[in-house]
Design a protein around this ligand. Structure first.
Ligand code: GDP
Length: 303
């Protein structure tokens, strides 16, 4: 139900348009598909993904000899879920935990997307699951980022390892690992800087942070989660391209889905980049981080 509420904007816009379309066209024809295409593009599903989806729909409609547009609406949901999961098993693991020792989760993404907020919510979520969590304030660049993480630390009752602003992020993460180990913590959440103006520096900095983590804990980081802002639409897609070219991204956290009617971006990210959306942000509260489930997402859109 939380999922449904957070998707209200997308649902209101998308489902209303599709339902209206279905009401206007009783029987399936070329114009129907053309209008449907526009609706999907306006929901930020992404042009390539929309083309794939429309092709699949047309084939399925032909195969099943569907004439009634109401039936097509059902097929849209099925195909959206299919496109999301592709050849994968429907069980995409939300977080891969280290079975013997500290699990390290690295968060990357540009400023303002909601990275710090997501880390705070994640700390709460993991704590609720009984995990012992530590956070490392690796965004030493953005003014106020360290303090913001400390506020989250107090709010959710999780210690934060920090250095001063401007210091070396890799050194902060190194200390974070030592501190988490000495506390016998289960999970370390690592914040990183997100200035994209200087892409080369940013990527070098990320590589250095990763090297430190890999050296200290073989097999880590266990997840590199890219945080993207859903309200930026196709821009989020290009950020995802940039980051996944420069570093290994294991999953995406899509924030601010509550603030956009363009939730279709989930589909574009999955179809065009083949990176699973693992979590979504549906608000600013500590409990507003949900694990992503494409089935619930797609059917939530029409519910
Ligand atoms: P950072 O620069 O990436 O660390 O971004 P912040 O964590 O500071 O977040 C930027 C703004 O987005 C803040 O005002 C957050 O409260 C807000 N925000 C983050 N996640 C969400 C979300 O899922 N929904 C909404 N509505 N706001 C969010």
């Amino acid at each position: 139900t939380k999922f449904k509420k957070g998707l209200a904007k997308t649902r209101n816009s998308f489902a209303t348009k599709v339902n209206d379309l279905v009401a206007r066209y009783r029987t399936v024809d070329e114009d129907f598909f053309e209008e449907l295409e526009e609706i999907l593009i306006s929901a930020d599903v992404g042009v390539n993904t929309v083309m794939d989806l429309i092709d699949e729909l047309k084939m399925e409609v032909k195969r099943r000899n569907i004439k009634d547009t109401r039936e097509v609406r059902e097929v849209i949901s099925e195909k959206l879920v299919d496109i999301y999961y592709g050849d994968d098993d429907e069980e995409i693991e939300e977080i891969t935990f280290n079975q013997d020792g500290l699990t390290v989760l690295l968060f990357v993404g540009v400023n303002g997307v909601g990275k710090t907020t997501t880390i705070g919510k994640m700390a709460h979520r993991l704590k609720q699951q009984g995990k012992n969590v530590v956070m490392a304030a690796g965004d030493t660049f953005r003014a106020g980022a360290i303090e913001q993480l400390e506020v989250w630390g107090e709010r959710v009752g999780v210690p934060v390892v920090r250095h001063s602003e401007g210091s070396d992020p890799a050194a902060v993460i190194y200390d974070g690992i030592q501190s988490a180990k000495s506390k016998g913590a289960d999970v370390l959440l690592c914040d990183t800087a997100g200035r994209l103006q200087n892409k080369v520096n940013l990527m070098n900095e990320l590589s250095k942070v990763k090297r430190v983590i890999e050296r200290e804990i073989p097999g880590a980081p266990h997840e590199s989660l890219l945080v993207l802002d859903a309200t930026t639409g196709q821009n989020a897609l290009s950020q995802a391209k940039t980051f996944s070219e420069a570093t290994n991204v294991s999953g995406i956290v899509l924030t601010k889905l509550d603030g956009t009617a363009k939730g279709g971006i989930v589909m574009a990210i999955r179809n065009e980049l083949d990176i699973p959306v693992k979590f979504v942000g549906l608000g600013e509260k500590v409990t507003d981080l949900q694990s992503f489930d494409a089935h619930a997402f797609v059917y939530g859109l029409f519910a």
